[in-house]
Design a protein around this ligand. Structure first.
Ligand code: BTN
Length: 231
């Protein structure tokens, strides 16, 4: 069972020290949020083989068919003020881009704020949901969806041209356990560094280095008019 391999790989760590896996769930973010509200510890991972109501950003849905991709949510309890919470999304982007590049050997990049792109198409998405406790963060649910082994012919028509998967790009099946283990390892590295050092110059440089927009022609629409240039 690939979940057992993943649990083994995460032994002794903060993120993934406990992993609850479901064959089908409405949304791993919903489940993680309910458990966090009930006092579940930092580092708990909720993972599902499929989701009936996978949530994307801006009220969108996240396609979550069974037996092929990765859908997981992590409970974090960062000791930071509310204004620093968005930095968690940024560090998760760095961790995800690095992990996905490592396992596939292909260059994965971040598109602001938190899409992971491969060859210009969306490979993964991050949905961070926060609960405040006064002026501080109570908990953050970090939800990540990754198109791992989805075959091009199985993509829904509306996603076909915009989305991709590791398998569609590499031409080979990729172990979900390996992808999840590398993702949680990189997340642990970046999250513990963030707790120690905050949003460090190193992390900022790393984010910029992985940013998809580098070198692209861009146009800014400002109240004073448009400015074009190379990012
Ligand atoms: C996006 O819109 O790009 C963010 C997508 C996030 C999807 C993941 S899948 C696991 C977790 N559970 C959810 O319901 N959503 C996130």
């Amino acid at each position: 069972m690939w979940i057992d391999d993943l649990c083994q790989a995460c032994k002794g760590r903060l993120i993934g020290k406990e992993i609850l896996s479901f064959s089908k769930i409405d949304s791993t973010n919903r489940e993680a949020r309910d458990r966090a509200k009930g006092g579940a510890p930092e580092g708990l991972v909720i993972l599902a083989d499929s989701q009936s109501h996978g949530k994307g950003r801006l009220g969108r849905s996240w396609e979550s068919p069974p037996g092929t991709n990765l859908y997981l949510s992590v409970i974090l309890r960062p000791p930071v003020v509310l204004s620093d919470a968005p930095q968690i999304t940024l560090l998760a982007g760095v961790a995800a881009a690095r992990a996905l590049s490592d396992v596939s050997g292909l260059k994965c990049l971040i598109k602001w704020p938190n899409d992971i792109l491969l060859r210009g198409k969306k490979l993964a998405g991050i949905l961070a949901e926060m609960e405040a406790e006064g002026a501080r963060v109570g908990f953050v649910i970090l939800g990540i969806g990754i198109n791992v082994n989805w075959r091009r012919e199985d993509f829904p028509a509306d996603l076909g041209v915009k989305a991709t998967s590791l398998r569609a790009e590499s031409g080979k099946e990729i172990s979900r356990a390996a992808v999840a283990a590398q993702l949680l390892r990189e997340l642990e590295k970046e999250y513990t560094a963030f707790i120690r050092e905050g949003f460090s110059p190193r992390l900022k440089d790393e984010w910029n280095r992985l940013s998809w927009i580098n070198g692209k022609e861009v146009t800014l629409s400002l109240p004073e008019g448009e400015i074009s240039g190379r990012a």
